[in-house]
Ligand binder design. Structure first.
Ligand SMILES: Nc1ncnc2c1ncn2[C@@H]1O[C@H](COP(=O)(O)OP(=O)(O)OP(=O)(O)O)[C@@H](O)[C@H]1O
Ligand SMILES: O=P(O)(O)OC[C@H]1O[C@H](OP(=O)(O)OP(=O)(O)O)[C@H](O)[C@@H]1O
Length: 206
């Protein structure tokens, strides 16, 4: 049986395809997939999903391998084998606030998609905050007065800057990761080992 790989749609997918092509795999069917969410190549089955759903497909053994941001693994703690980092998808987690706005001593409200990471960050600091969950465009929350600050992913810092926010603290660094279903690693060892080894070689030369 061909290995099934679940890919996080969007920027990780694009960066993975470049990486995959650099390992001399055929990416043609993936580049020309249109709106298809499932693509078969001679060697692999690919499925395309949101990051957190990639972990679900891998956890349930629908996909053998997954390519997902480490932020998702830390936030959702799926029961998967976290194999190794990949040389793309680099970003950080930051606490950010509005430029020139006073940081309240008490009764702080923080908006984030990453509510578990946020909770743990403030728990470690011994500070109590209210957390509001948002699904995206988190930078809007302080501007619109929904929150005093945000905890979100930062790469270039452009989104923060263009929305009048500044970093108050940076506390985690991430990259994309290759994850695997625990049973697949044993049952499909013969087909997965060469793939995993080729990915690892690719990581080593980057
Ligand atoms: N600005 C960024 N720079 C680099 N990596 C990022 C950035 N934003 C997110 N990532 C990484 O890429 C992964 C997927 O993020 P992406 O924004 O493509 O998906 P998403 O947040 O689910 O967006 P959408 O809702 O548009 O699908 C994240 O889990 C994170 O690891
Ligand atoms: O530091 P930067 O390079 O500007 O990147 C950071 C932005 O990228 C991500 O957003 P994304 O583009 O995924 O949109 P989203 O807010 O809908 O998740 C993240 O949530 C930040 O908003």
């Amino acid at each position: 049986m061909k290995p099934c790989i679940a890919l996080t749609k969007g920027r990780i997918e694009k960066q993975f395809l470049e990486f995959f092509q650099s390992l001399s795999y055929d990416v043609e069917p993936l580049i020309n997939k249109g709106r298809k969410l499932r693509v078969e190549t001679d060697q692999f089955s690919f499925v395309f999903a949101k990051g957190v759903d990639v972990t679900t497909y891998v956890e349930y053994g629908i996909a053998d391998l997954g390519i997902v941001g480490e932020d998702i693994l830390i936030e959702h703690q799926p029961d998967v084998f976290n194999l190794f980092p990949l040389p793309f998808g680099h970003c950080r987690m930051a606490l950010a606030t509005e430029v020139g706005k006073e940081w309240p001593e008490r009764k702080r409200r923080i908006a984030s998609t990453f509510t578990n990471i946020t909770k743990e960050y403030f728990r470690q600091k011994g500070e109590s905050v209210d957390i509001v969950k948002l699904e995206g465009s988190v930078e809007l929350a302080p501007i619109l007065g929904l929150a005093d600050g945000i905890v979100d992913i930062v790469e270039t810092g452009t989104t923060l800057k263009e929305n009048g926010l500044v970093i108050k603290d940076e506390f985690l660094e991430f990259s994309a990761r290759c994850i695997a279903n625990r049973s697949s690693l044993k049952i499909k060892r013969d087909v997965l080992t060469p793939v995993i080894e080729s990915f690892q070689k690719g990581v080593a030369v980057k």
